[in-house]
Ligand binder design. Structure first.
Ligand code: NBP
Length: 479
C-alpha cells in the first residue's frame, strides 16, 4: 500500500500511541504529522516496524492519504484543535473525514461539526478513554458524527478498540457532539468512583487501624466479587506501594491535594443546566476542590471534632463499607446514565444506553464487571427512566441500605468526611420518599415571589394571597 488509509495529527503521547496501535493492525497504513518535526522524527525513528508515512507539511499529509481521506487529530484540546481543523479543511475535499480524538467539550464539537459540514467534509468528535496505555493497546472509543463517516471509520476504530468478552469497545454514539458528551459523563462517573473508593479506604483505615498494605489486601479481595473493576485493582496496587526514599507507604508521602483537568467540572456544569442531579459526581469534584485549599484547611484545623474512633468489629465494618461502596457506586452510574438520557433528549441524539455500558467494559478507566448488568437493564427496557430502579440494581441497593446507613452514621459520628457516600444515600432516600419537603419550598417560593404551586387534590395552578387575607386564588388571577 503506497498510500495511507488513515492519518494521525498530533504526536504527543496519545497521538503516537494511537498511531502505533493503528499501524499494528492488518490493512492499515498510517500517515503521521505533527506541528513540530521533532516528535514525528522521534516516533518514526523509534518505530520503524510501524512503517509510517511521515509528513513534514499538512499538504504532504493530505497527499499521503487515500480517499476518502481520514485523519484523527490528537492535539491539546482547545485552540490547537481549531487550528488543525482549519489547516485540514484547506487541504481536504468533500467526503473526507476529520476526527477529533482529543478531550473536547461537546459544545465545541457541535460548533465544529456544524462549521466543517458546510465544506462537505465530515467531522467526527470521538471520545477516547484509557490514557496512554489504552491508546496503544486498545481504548474505549465513543465516536459521534454522521452515519456516512461511521461507514468508513467504523471498521478502522473497531480494529484498534479494546476487546471485552469478544466485543470491540466502540459504537457509533450519535450525531455531532454525542461522542464527546458521553466521554465527558464517563469522566464524571470516574471522578465519583475514585472518590467513593477513597472514602472507603479512609473509613477503613481510620476505623480499624489497618495499614495501607493490609487495606490493599481488602481491595484485592473485593476485586473478586461484584466490585471487580480496574479502579479497585489499581487502588490495591497504589496502597501496596512503599516509598523507596522513606520506607513509608507511598500514599502517606503523597500530598493530599487532588488535581483535575476539567471534565468533572464540565459534567457537573452540564448536568446542572440539564436539571439532572449528579450529586455523587458533584461531591467528588467538590472534594478535590476542598482538598486543594491548604490555606483553608490550615485555618479549620483547630475546629472541634469527636474523640478517637475505633470500630468494635473490624470485619463487620469492612463488609459494611464494601456494601456502602457498591450501593453508592450504583447511584453514581445511575446518575451518569440519567445525565446521558437528559443530554440525548436536549440535543436530539439517539443514544443506546446499553451500548454505552457495553463499550465501557474494556479499555477505559471505569471498566468494571457490573457494566454487563447495566447493558442487560437497558436491553430489557430501552426507555428505563432510572437505572437504580432496574430489578438487579434495585435489589442490590435495597440489600445494601442498612450497611450503607451504618457507614454514613459512623462517618458522621467519627468526624470522617464521606461526602460521596452521604450524598448518594440522600439521593436514594430522596427518590424513594413518598413525600418530599419540596412542597414547603414551593410554599416559600409562592410566599416571597408569587411563584405559584400545584395542589395534590385538583388540577390548576394556585397562589395564596400571603400579604392579604391569605385566601387561595387560581394563579391566572394573579397576572
Ligand atoms: P497534549 O494534550 O499534551 O498536546 C500536545 C500536542 O498538541 C502536540 O502534538 C502539540 O504539537 C500539539 N499542538 C498544540 Br499543544 N497546539 C497546537 C497547534 N496550535 N497546532 C497544532 N498542534 C498543536 O497531548 P496528549 O497528552 O497526547 O493528548 C492529546 C489529546 O488527547 C488531548 O486532547 C487530550 O486531552 C486527549 N486525551 C489524553 C489522554 C491522556 O491520558 N493523556 C487521555 C484521553 C484523551 P507540538 O509538538 O508541535 O507542540
Amino acid at each position: 500500500m503506497s498510500q495511507a488509509n488513515i492519518g494521525v495529527v498530533g504526536l504527543a503521547v496519545m497521538g503516537s500511541n494511537l498511531a502505533r496501535n493503528l499501524a499494528s493492525r492488518d490493512g492499515n497504513r498510517v500517515a503521521v504529522y505533527n506541528r513540530s518535526w521533532d516528535k514525528t522524527e522521534t516516533l518514526t525513528a523509534d518505530h520503524p516496524e510501524a512503517n509510517f508515512i511521515a509528513a513534514t507539511t499538512v499538504q504532504e499529509f493530505a497527499a499521503a492519504l487515500s480517499k476518502p481521506r481520514t485523519a484523527i487529530i490528537m492535539v491539546k484540546a482547545g485552540a490547537g484543535t481549531d487550528a488543525v481543523i482549519d489547516q485540514l479543511c484547506e487541504v481536504f475535499e468533500p467526503g473526507d473525514i476529520i476526527v477529533d480524538g482529543g478531550n473536547a467539550l461537546f459544545t465545541d464539537t457541535i460548533r465544529r461539526e456544524k462549521a466543517v459540514r458546510e465544506t462537505g467534509i465530515n467531522f467526527v468528535g470521538a471520545g477516547i478513554s484509557g490514557g496512554e496505555e489504552g491508546a496503544l493497546t486498545g481504548p474505549s472509543i465513543m465516536p459521534g458524527g454522521s452515519a456516512e463517516a461511521w461507514e468508513t471509520l467504523g471498521p478502522i476504530l473497531t480494529g484498534i478498540a479494546a476487546i471485552a468478552e469478544g466485543e470491540a469497545c466502540v459504537t457509533h454514539i450519535g450525531t455531532d457532539g454525542a461522542g464527546h458528551f458521553v466521554k465527558m459523563i464517563h469522566n464524571g462517573i470516574e471522578y465519583a468512583d475514585m472518590q467513593l473508593i477513597a472514602e472507603a479506604y479512609d473509613l477503613i483505615r481510620r476505623g480499624t487501624g489497618l495499614s495501607p498494605a493490609e487495606i490493599a489486601d481488602v481491595f484485592t479481595e473485593w476485586n473478586k466479587g461484584e466490585l471487580e473493576s480496574y479502579l479497585i485493582e489499581i487502588t490495591a496496587e497504589v496502597l501496596r506501594q512503599t516509598d523507596a526514599a522513606t520506607g513509608k507507604p507511598l500514599v502517606d508521602v503523597i500530598v493530599d491535594q487532588a488535581g483535575s483537568k476539567g471534565t468533572g467540572v464540565w459534567t457537573v456544569q452540564t448536568a446542572l443546566s440539564l436539571g439532572t442531579p449528579v450529586s455523587g459526581i458533584a461531591e467528588a469534584v467538590f472534594a478535590r476542590g476542598l482538598s486543594s485549599h491548604p490555606e483553608q484547611r490550615a485555618l479549620a484545623g483547630g475546629l472541634a471534632g469527636p474523640s478517637a474512633f475505633a470500630v468494635a468489629d473490624k470485619d463487620a465494618f469492612i463488609e459494611d463499607v464494601r456494601q456502602a461502596l457498591y450501593a453508592s457506586k450504583i447511584v453514581a452510574y445511575s446518575q451518569g446514565f440519567d445525565a446521558i438520557r437528559a443530554g440525548a433528549a436536549e440535543y436530539n441524539w439517539h443514544i443506546n444506553l446499553g451500548e454505552v455500558a457495553r463499550i465501557w467494559r474494556g479499555g477505559c478507566i471505569i471498566r468494571a464487571q457490573f457494566l454487563n448488568r447495566i447493558t442487560e437493564a437497558y436491553r430489557a427496557d430501552e426507555t428505563l427512566a432510572l437505572l437504580m430502579a432496574a430489578p438487579y440494581f434495585a435489589k442490590a441497593v435495597s440489600g445494601a441500605q442498612e450497611a450503607w446507613r451504618r457507614v454514613v452514621i459512623a462517618a458522621a459520628q467519627a468526624g470522617i468526611p464521606a461526602p460521596a457516600f452521604g450524598s448518594s444515600l440522600s439521593y436514594y432516600d430522596g427518590l424513594r420518599a413518598e413525600r418530599l419537603p419540596a412542597a414547603l419550598v414551593q410554599g416559600q417560593r409562592d410566599f416571597f415571589g408569587a411563584h405559584t404551586y400545584k395542589r395534590i387534590d385538583k388540577a390548576g395552578t394556585f397562589h395564596t394571597l400571603w400579604s392579604g387575607n391569605r385566601t387561595e386564588i387560581a394563579a391566572e388571577d394573579t397576572h
